[in-house]
Each structure stands twice: as structure tokens, then as C-alpha cells.
Design a protein around this ligand. Sequence first.
Ligand SMILES: [Fe+2]
Ligand SMILES: [Fe+2]
Length: 459
Amino acid sequence: MTTDRNQPDQRLFPADMQRLTITAGEYCLGRAPSVLDTFLGSCVGIALYDSASKVGGLLHVILPSGPPRKEEDNPTAYASRGIPYLVQALDKAGGDRRRLTATIAGGAHIRRPDGTGADLGIGLHNILASRAGLRDLGIPIIREEVGEDFGRHLELHLADGQVIVRSSRPFSGGLSDPKAPGTRIPPQQLTEAIDNLKSVSEVALRALEVARDPDCNFYQLERLILQDQVLAASILRLVNSAYYGPERRISTISKALAKLGLINFRRLVLKAVAHHLFARKLFTYSMEEGALFHHSLTCARLSELLLPAAPPQERAEAYLAGLFHDLGKVVFERCAGAAFPLIVDRVLSSHEPFHLVEREILGLDHAEAGKLLADLWGLPPIFGQAIALHHQPTSSRHWLKMVDVVHVANALSNMLGVGLASDSLANGLEPEALRRLHLDEKAMEDVLAEVPRALDQYA
Ligand SMILES: [Fe+2]
Ligand SMILES: [Fe+2]
């Protein structure tokens, strides 16, 4: 669905598709009765609709504008280029630009609820650029749901032009007393949840260890993976969907290994583990099916992108830390669900960061719970540190670059609206982490500009 062309491509027109979901940097067109939708953090979604022809389009811009070459490569990632691009596409698809009306949503800032933390201003710049782009084309904005510190889901119904904007801000259940004392997780319940999750990936962890050796025996590695049929099936499904069409299906682990090589194969094993753990809906964090998986993959990819000059080994480690940073959310889904209405009510009434309220009420936060599991898996301590501190990178006594990288990558994933959860934007971005990584607003914009290309390629 992404495009790197400068002329709108009419193959994107979903003639018989009922729902089309786009992600950061993409656009789509549709006609009644289709529904177009997207999730937004600091990005802005622009929904255009022509009520006479019932043709409409949706654009998800990441940045206000960029260098000419980057805008040419990915016009729909930028408000400056994406808006005229979408309007031109709608004209070709049977709409009439003189009849178009617009709704814009998103552009959240990423300060914490108490107003602290860094705010790069990207959300506000996206809002201003979107307004200006629409004004230049004479398209009236009939509704805006922008700014503030939470993500949104934007949905355009082409049957009647209705636009629904939902907030990712946690909703108060109204059933709990926010002043009630915490309900610490009984240690046995926590241990059981972690133990169950430990066994999920024993074979995968052994396989990853074996695959570290460049001279390892492919036959032995295949036999090991086949001990876990769920893992084996997942690897084959991922390899076939990520790399090849149905005409060139890969049907065995050994063929996958031969085709991908060890480095990409290790990555695929990791992705299979992540899919197994993260694909389900999380009631605790209001995350839809697949949301945590996509959030984790995006964070992993961004962690690599934040280290462009690092050796391959360091980038691979950053990928792994980014991939499993929210492991603790799965732990809490299994053992702390009953406490979440109280956590949400407390967050709303106290304006404290979500993870601090988790700690107050449960005795530990999801970052610390994730570290417990990572340690049980036998991951090296640096990964445990990056997971444990991904919401508070400055609390470590020694500076660990990986901790800052995962912290920033997580914030960027939320800004892109990937896998929004009830705690997404309200956990903040530490200015000190940006300073230590030498990241200013310009550098962050450069990383975001890489996103459409980087997310397209991931394996
Ligand atoms: Fe987190
Ligand atoms: Fe996260």
C-alpha cells in the first residue's frame, strides 16, 4: 500500500474492499461502502471526502516537510507533498477537488501527563502543515481532533462521509476508587505467569544460541526447531509471507535456512517468538489483536535505525532489545488484569506516568516484569537492563546506550501510532536520553523519514 512514486497509482483503488487500514507514510482511496482507517500518534491523518461521488481518501503523514529528494521518494509521508498527491489521486478516481471536505486528526505531543519530558514539536508542526496544505488547495476543514497527549484511531466511512475518531487515552471504568490501596500481585501468581511464558520459547532460545555459530550444522538446527511444531509452522508462515509469493513457497526449515542465511534466519526465529507472544489482544492495555506485535517490530526496527554507524552486532542487539521491550505487558495480561481498572483510574486522577502507577499498585511495573522473564530466558544482562528501564532510562547508575536507544525507539513507535495502547504517549520521552544519543529534532526527523522504507523491508 505504500508508494514511492510521484504519480498517484490507481491500482490502490479498493473497488470491492470493505475496510482498508493504512500505516505511517501511506495513503489510500476508496468509494462507498468502504471504510478507511489509521492509527495516529504525533502523525496527522487527513481524511478527504466528496459527498456527491462518495469517493474519499486517507493520508497518514509522518512529518510536515522534508528535503526534496526524500519527499520525492515518499511523497505521502509528508504533509507538504502528500496532500496535493492525495487530491490528485482523488480527482483521477472520480472525485472532484472542488467538492472535497477534510477532517484532520492526530498531531499529539509526547509530554507526560504532568507536563514534563521532551516534546519535539513534531505533532504541532504536522497540524500546522496539514492546515496550510489544505488551505492552499481551498479544501475546507470541517472537523479537527488534534493535539493533546494521546493517540487516536481515525475512521472514514465512505457510504455517508461519517468520520469517527477514537482516543487511545485510557477510559475510566468508574468502578474503582482511585484512592484505594494497591493490590500487589501475589508472588506465586507472578511466578506462574512468568514460568508459563518461559516455556513458550525454550526451543527458540536454544536455536538462537546454536545459530550464533556461523559454522553450525543446518540439519541439527532444523531438527531442533522441529521439536516445537508451533514455532516451525510460524517460521514457515513468516518466511513465505515476508519473502516470497505463493508460487515459490518454502516448505521446510532447511530450505528457509539455505535461502535466508543464518543472520536473517535468526531474525525470523525472533520474529516468530514475538508473534507467538504478542499477537493476541491485551485487555489490560486496550491493545487490539496484533497491536503489540506490530509495536514491538517497529520498535525493534527503529532501535536499529537509531544506530546507523554501529557495527552489525550492536545493531542486531538493539533489534532484539527493541523487540522484547514490552514483554512485561504479556506477563501482566496473565496475572494482573483485575487491577487495571484501578490503575487506569489512578492514572487519570493523578496525572502520573502509567508505569509509575503500575508500580504503586502492583508492586512492580511492566518493564520490571519483562526483565524477570528476560532473565529467566537467560538473555544477557544488557537486554534485561534495556527492558527494565525503557520508561526511565536515566535511573541507571551507568550510562547504557542500549537503554536510551530502546527508550527513544519506543517513543517514536508511539508517535507513529503503531500499536497504540492506553499507556502509549503518556510515558514521555527523556530529554537526557536524546542528549546522550546526540539526537536533536532534526536527527529525529531524519529517523522518522526513514520509516516507510524501513518498515517495508523488515524481516
Ligand atoms: Fe512499555
Ligand atoms: Fe512499548
